[in-house]
Ligand binder design. Structure first.
Ligand SMILES: [Zn+2]
Length: 241
């Protein structure tokens, strides 16, 4: 009997506990629902948005268009090209190149020294046609003659970016140089033609234009100089196209 009473008592106590734990006010039953709602407003979901686009600092750089690099300062084109496709023609003698008969991009070579200008080559289909030469700047013609090493040569006085210079155009057909001395020539104005290759018009040189820019107002038509300090009296024409 004692055992039966004890079992009944335990059973009754269990029933009471079960009924108590099942009440709506039980803290055990109420706890699970509340924290879940807190999770819904976690920082990840609450990241500030703008028009639906995530603008959080860690993501923004990838979703915005790449910042356009500032264009390098456009090169100032101070001079007008003397020939069509001008820079594509500078394939042999650049400014300051040291040449000698044993070391030159052209053959045969009769000169030696630092090249004071740049050479614009002619294409194969241009050998038997007139190739017009245009002035690279505004200024008067101050010399035209036939000179050893050039054949026909013309010199124009100009001002480039505030600096007085004289511009040498070499290997022209002398008779084609239209302006008279002191005549103004406009940049881009066709004023002469190249001399025929390997003739007296070019003093035996291939058909091409030598363009040199000498600092100052004095006339100097040297195509080559023998040291660097003399080369400093010349500008690299390519820098101005
Ligand atoms: Zn040259």
């Amino acid at each position: 009997m004692t055992k039966v009473k004890l079992i009944l008592s335990i059973t009754a106590a269990a029933v009471i506990l079960v009924s108590c734990s099942g009440t709506p006010s039980s803290p055990v039953a109420a706890l699970p629902a509340q924290p879940q709602k807190v999770v819904d407003v976690s920082p990840v979901a609450a990241t500030p948005t703008q028009n639906g686009t995530d603008v959080s600092p860690s993501v923004a750089p990838q979703t915005q268009p790449p910042v356009k690099q500032a264009d390098p300062t456009p090169k100032k084109k101070t001079l007008t090209p003397p020939l069509s496709d001008a820079l594509s023609r500078v394939t042999k003698k650049t400014f300051g190149l040291y040449v000698s008969p044993g070391n030159s991009p052209v053959s045969p070579e009769k000169f030696k020294g630092y090249h004071t200008g740049i050479d614009f080559e002619t294409f194969a289909n241009e050998q038997d046609i007139d190739i017009s030469v245009s002035a690279v700047c505004d200024g008067p013609l101050i010399l035209k003659k036939w000179a050893t090493g050039y054949g026909g040569v013309a010199v124009q006085q100009c001002n480039i970016e505030g600096q007085d210079v004289t511009v040498v155009y070499g290997h022209l057909r002398s008779s084609s140089i239209l302006p008279k001395i002191h005549d103004q020539i406009k940049a881009g104005e066709s004023f002469a033609a190249l001399g025929k290759g390997f003739s007296t018009e070019t003093d035996g040189e291939r058909k091409h234009l030598h363009l040199g820019i000498h600092k100052g107002v004095s006339i100097n038509i040297l195509g080559y100089v023998q040291n660097q300090s003399l080369l400093d009296q010349w500008l690299d024409p390519k820098s101005y196209f």
